[in-house]
Design a protein around this ligand. Structure first.
Ligand code: SF4
Length: 64
């Protein structure tokens, strides 16, 4: 699973970082960045939660 944030959609709310700080990081430019592109399977649940909770559906996952 490779998480991706669409920076054209992200509004910098920080929900993804709160949900899975091992993978998402909010930076000074007000956008969320993926800091771990090959997360371990233990994080998949949190990543899916972040996908579901993002208010603008900016997060997608490649490869399942
Ligand atoms: S939850 Fe969505 S809108 Fe909010 S910071 Fe993360 S990617 Fe951006």
């Amino acid at each position: 699973m490779k998480p991706v944030v669409d920076h054209d959609l992200c509004i910098g709310c920080g929900v993804c970082e709160e949900t899975c700080p091992e993978v998402f990081q909010l930076r000074d430019d007000g956008l969320s960045y993926v800091i771990n592109e090959n997360p371990e399977p233990e994080l998949y649940g949190q990543i899916r939660d972040a996908v579901d909770m993002c208010p603008v559906e900016a997060i997608s996952v490649e490869g399942g």
